[in-house]
Design a protein around this ligand. Sequence first.
Ligand SMILES: Cc1ncc(C[n+]2csc(CCOP(=O)(O)OP(=O)(O)O)c2C)c(N)n1
Ligand code: SF4
Ligand SMILES: [Mg+2]
Length: 313
Amino acid sequence: MSSYNLKEVMNKPERLAPGHRMCAGCGATIGVRAVLRALHEGDYAVIGNATGCLEVSSFMYPYTAWEDSYIHNAFENAGATLSGVEAAYKALKKRGRLPEDANFKFITFGGDGGTYDIGFQSLSGAMERGHDMVYVCYDNGAYMNTGIQRSSATPRFADTTTTPVGKVSVGKMQSRKDLTSIIADHDVAYVAQSTFTRDFKDIHLKSEKAIYTEGASFLNLLTPCPRGWRYEMADIMQVCQMAIDTCYWPMFEVDHGKWTLTYEPKKKLPIEEFLRLQGRFKHLFKPGNEDLIVQFQEEVDRRWEELLYKCER
Ligand SMILES: Cc1ncc(C[n+]2csc(CCOP(=O)(O)OP(=O)(O)O)c2C)c(N)n1
Ligand code: SF4
Ligand SMILES: [Mg+2]
């Protein structure tokens, strides 16, 4: 893997062109551009994309923001589609039907709804078969494109349109599914969890590893959505920093079965620091709801302890 130079990385030609129709400040596009910057210059990519905000806003036929080959498929089969493309590529290459020096990489993007829920079976199959591809989940914790409905990635107590906070409800009842660990348990080549840090080093190095490690890789990226999470657009970096400093979204990787923490906060902050930045958790700070924050904290602590154990810390 190459060494990291922020200026060099940021000055690479963009492979997701501006002019798409995602909301200003959307975390999903920041995540996609960060992943694509990890592609080595000269390498080709085939991009798969499940339905979601990213797809409907970046590819309105005949217009596209993608500089690489791009396939939009249904929610259910993003994993299957790209695994089929990768298998076809291998077969054609073996028969000498493709130029020897052309290097192709296969990257699929799906939102949390398309990944944790609807496309889970085809993702699981692609990972288990060990295709040489990367599946990137941009997790914004809800079905944003259709109006902020809860998914199995939505955090507990979040206010969404299908878990509306009111007199009889305090938001989503269930905890989030830990998809990163579930995919790691598929025994794939490389799995990692990341988000945006000031120097973008963590996401860059993990993306490069995921793309250039032979076999199946999975990246789970926390990509905040200012609309659904209800925070000020300019606060995105603060939201991400609080996600990792409270250990709500731990930064780790699983490289051929070895679990490693890639960031450990000097001081683990209370979960309120993450929650209070977002309107979807506003009700948790109302008098009488203190116990809900205690419950949220307990879950974060339990998951963090489990992760430390897996990382042999
Ligand atoms: C099988 C199927 N069910 C529902 C829809 C409607 N739909 C389109 S986008 C979307 C939300 C996608 O959520 P997610 O995958 O989290 O991506 P996001 O919109 O948050 O980027 C839904 C439900 C669809 N296109 N196909
Ligand atoms: S609704 Fe959220 S995820 Fe969708 S484009 Fe806007 S900011 Fe991005
Ligand atoms: Mg989503």
